[in-house]
Design a binder for this molecule. Structure first.
Ligand SMILES: O=C(O)c1cccc(O)c1O
Ligand SMILES: [Fe+2]
Length: 285
């Protein structure tokens, strides 16, 4: 089993890098830490970055997880090979681009690009955004799944994730006490389905609701509260048409031995207990 210590970063392709930087800093509330002609590194905590936008292929994306030991990468390469998955070790140049000491690249059974990284860079300076969205951390991300049984098996048996709850075919997976850091949602696509940042309180969710409306940012779901994680949320679209989420109050699963995943029906009320209706394809039947 490959032990996932934490989520690390997302690499998201885009057509127009300056448009994404403007959105990420002025709307989403991330701090731009570093930019080249093709890459922009943004963060919502003291990591070197949480999202790297890359100008070029807008369909490209990859998600990364931190592993604790360097030896975990060799072990992962062997365990993935046993699953018929070819993994590739990152070159020095690729590590430099990602701001990590070492990395291993592969695709999950759905074709989602995954990177395992050892020693992602941290900084000694605190996160200082231009817009105060109240972000406390990079929360979680959704991945597409074309076969949830196959992919739940992969993420929980080959990787160390555990199912916290299911909604229809979808699954919310934890890799530490936080209710979920990975979510799988059924669709015919591959890659990243949504990007979540945690905010400090319900006040931040509601402040952003008014702020996003004022800025004419398309809101696609909420404000609402997830019955699964109990988090209060709002979802909106970036200029890249990706779905971004702020949420606050995600529950922690501390009684690991006794936690039994619940199966929620595929219905709007399983996504929002207040009655908001999702305008997100993967959250609807
Ligand atoms: O927080 C959740 O429980 C949740 C449920 C459905 C979909 C999501 O994106 C979530 O974050
Ligand atoms: Fe989410």
């Amino acid at each position: 089993m490959i032990h996932l210590h934490d989520i690390s970063y997302l690499r998201l392709g885009c057509q127009n890098l300056s448009e994404m930087v403007e959105f990420a800093t002025d709307i989403l509330g991330l701090e731009l830490r570093h930019k080249t002609d093709t890459h922009a590194y943004l963060r919502g905590d003291s990591s070197a970055y949480n999202i790297c936008y890359i100008e070029g292929d807008a369909d490209y994306d990859a998600c990364a997880f931190e592993v604790r030991e360097l030896s975990e990468l060799d072990k992962a390469e062997k365990e993935l090979a046993a699953e018929g998955i070819t993994a590739k070790r990152a070159t020095d140049e690729e590590c430099e681009e990602r701001q990590v000491n070492s990395a291993l690249f592969f695709a999950d059974p759905n074709g989602n690009r995954v990177e395992l990284v050892y020693r992602p860079y941290q900084t000694g300076v605190r996160y200082f955004p231009g817009r105060d969205a109240g972000i406390t951390e990079f929360g979680h991300f959704g991945l597409h799944t074309g076969d949830s049984e196959r992919d739940i098996r992969f993420w929980t048996e080959v990787m160390s994730a555990r199912v916290s709850d299911k909604i229809g075919e979808g699954a919310l997976l934890r890799i530490d006490p936080v209710h979920h850091k990975i979510a799988l949602f059924a669709s015919e696509h591959t890659g990243v389905q949504h990007v979540n940042f945690q905010v400090a309180s319900i006040d931040d969710v509601m402040r952003s609701w008014y702020f996003l409306q004022e800025k004419n940012v398309p809101i696609v779901f909420g404000p609402g509260r997830h019955p699964t994680s109990t988090a209060m949320f709002i979802y909106f679209l970036g200029p890249d048409k990706r779905v971004y989420e702020y949420s606050s109050g995600v529950k922690r699963i501390t009684d690991e031995e006794n936690h039994t995943p619940r199966q929620f029906e595929m219905a709007p009320t399983s996504f929002c207990m207040w009655g908001a209706k999702p305008n997100v394809d993967e959250f609807s039947e």
